[in-house]
Ligand binder design. Structure first.
Ligand code: ADP
Ligand code: MG
Length: 244
């Protein structure tokens, strides 16, 4: 079977003022691939995945997502309807119930009726195993539950690609696995995923490819078994020594 390229990042450059945060980054992702991105703080991981759904603008290079060039007129809006994103800090609407957090997007952006949007929302709350929390406000939930709500909210928009930016780093240790378990299930269902995380157990389990970034560059890529057991670059080896 021929694979379908869903993300094509080519020679991407971006600076904040004088500081170049992305240096000629190339990355290609096929449909159904799971990529785990790791690297030291400040290496440009968040900036890279934020570029993929147009949350950051890039200065030069090409970024094509599902055949849509982000630089084309209307490109960002079209790409955002295909790409879901989950952040470290959940980013739920605090004044809305869990259910309303999930129904808002499908009703506004996809024109679903409230009844249909609620049915969809409940289906995804079941999938992340918190249907009983539907009527609560986000602050009444634990961090792990809030992050599962955030994942369910993204899935309600039926994305083709999911981006995760350190989804477990704001969580207490005992809540990390309940979020990772949901992400593993999503991977097993074939979702295309770009995940920034330092959870190397998760990476070993689901990643088709690891991407190690340092100082704005992709320094090394490879399957988890290869890169963990025999990292080629000294920078990646030093990083792994620190986190493992
Ligand atoms: P990472 O996610 O790998 O920790 P980031 O992509 O968040 O790295 O940031 C890379 C660098 O860019 C950091 O040094 C950060 O301070 C800088 N940076 C990120 N966002 C901005 C911004 N909006 N303005 C200025 N500098 C920024
Ligand atoms: Mg980051």
């Amino acid at each position: 079977m021929r694979s379908e390229r869903v993300i094509d990042i080519s020679a991407l450059n971006k600076s904040f003022g004088d500081f170049q945060v992305l240096k000629t980054v190339d990355l290609e992702v096929d449909l159904g691939e799971r990529i785990v991105i790791c690297g030291p703080s400040g290496s440009g991981k968040s900036t890279l995945i934020r570029c993929v759904n147009g949350l950051e603008q890039y200065d030069s290079g090409t970024l094509i997502v599902d055949g849509i060039n982000l630089a084309d007129p209307g490109g960002v809006d079209r790409v955002r309807s295909e790409v879901g994103m989950v952040f470290q800090q959940f980013n739920l609407f605090p004044h809305l119930s869990v259910l309303d957090n999930l129904t808002l997007g499908p009703m506004k952006a996809r024109g679903l009726s409230r009844a249909d949007a609620e049915a969809l929302a409940m289906e995804y709350l079941e999938r992340v195993r918190i249907p009983e929390q539907a009527k609560k406000r986000p602050r009444e939930l634990s961090g792990g539950q809030q992050q599962r709500v955030a994942i369910a909210r993204s899935l309600c928009m039926k994305p083709k690609i999911m981006l995760f930016d350190e989804p477990t780093s704001a969580l207490d240790p005992e809540m990390i696995s309940e979020v990772l378990d949901v992400m593993v299930e999503l991977a097993e269902e074939g979702m295309t995923m770009l995940v920034v995380t330092h959870e190397m157990g998760f990476a070993r389990k689901v990643a088709d490819r690891m991407v190690f970034m340092d100082a704005g560059e992709i320094v090394e890529t490879g399957t988890p078994s290869v890169v963990f057991d025999a990292p080629k670059s000294a920078r990646f080896r030093a990083f792994l020594d620190k986190i493992l």
